[in-house]
Design a protein around this ligand. Structure first.
Ligand SMILES: [Zn+2]
Length: 268
């Protein structure tokens, strides 16, 4: 079916898709936003007996006797997936960005602190809360104000120290070795989208945390070394985490892009 509306681009609509997306109460549960219909519930020969467009709606009477009404604006948005239409607020940086730094009390009191921190994370990938008491309960309070805590093989909330005999994870993060630039969770299919670090006891010397902007690296790579960028976007690379009782493996390219918009999703 092709819909030609005045002053608008024509819409090509697959008939089985259209019948499958009927939003009447027989075909769709508006409480759960789930379909009650499957593709097997109507014949592949489904065709409209008649249809009309009026007042921003498309009414169809199908040849199996069913009547459907579609909102034209809904059809425009859903006829094919064109990606998330929210504005990308990310700002790539080289020099330290103008990120939000907020004290613990302001963050915990009301919603403005959380909004400011989230805005900074969406723009720069980082934000800082200062003046929180150094204990796990406080870290958890802060975390839960932002969102639920992801359960992992390390637990939900956990402490790192440099006594390898006292911990159960054989990971270089638990040693005195400095960690070079890296990403985390490459061995999980669902890597943490946000990590929260709370420094309880600064090192006597050293102990700096190095942060770099992956978005900036990917944008530069795309412009200056296109072939390299494309290879990293396409070549599947396996990553594995192994310790007693645990073996996690995931395969994906180093640079993961959104399949439709091609915006950066993750660097592994
Ligand atoms: Zn229906």
């Amino acid at each position: 079916m092709v819909l030609r509306l005045e002053d608008e681009e024509e819409m090509k609509i697959d008939l089985e898709w259209l019948r499958d997306h009927c939003r009447c109460s027989l075909c769709f549960n508006t409480m759960t936003h789930q379909r009650k219909l499957t593709l097997l519930d109507f014949p592949s020969t489904i065709r409209p007996d008649s249809f009309k467009v009026s007042n921003g709606k498309l009414d169809v009477t199908w040849n199996d006797g069913h009547d459907s009404t579609y909102n034209i604006n809904w059809l425009k948005r859903n006829i094919r997936y064109e990606g998330d239409d929210t504005i990308d607020t990310r700002i790539p940086w080289t020099n330290p960005p103008n990120m939000e730094v907020i004290d613990y009390e302001s963050f915990m009191n009301g919603e403005n602190g959380v909004i400011a921190i989230l805005k900074s994370i969406l723009q720069f990938g980082i934000a800082m809360i200062v003046g929180a008491k150094p204990n796990l309960q406080v870290t958890e309070e802060i975390s839960k104000k932002i969102g639920p805590v992801q359960k992992t093989l390390f637990g939900e909330m956990w402490e790192l120290n440099h006594d390898l005999t006292a911990v159960s994870h054989k990971d270089s993060a638990y040693t005195h070795d400095s960690l070079d630039v890296h990403t985390d969770n490459t061995y999980w299919s669902d890597a943490a989208g946000l990590q929260i670090f709370h420094c309880y006891k600064p090192a006597d010397s050293g102990g700096e945390t190095l942060l770099i902007d992956g978005l900036k690296i990917v944008e530069d790579l795309k412009v200056k070394h296109r072939a390299c960028y494309e290879r990293l976007c396409k070549t599947p690379v396996s990553a594995t985490y192994i310790e007693d009782g645990q073996c996690h493996e995931h395969v994906d390219p180093i640079i993961k892009l959104h399949p439709v918009t091609k915006k950066l999703l993750q660097i592994r």
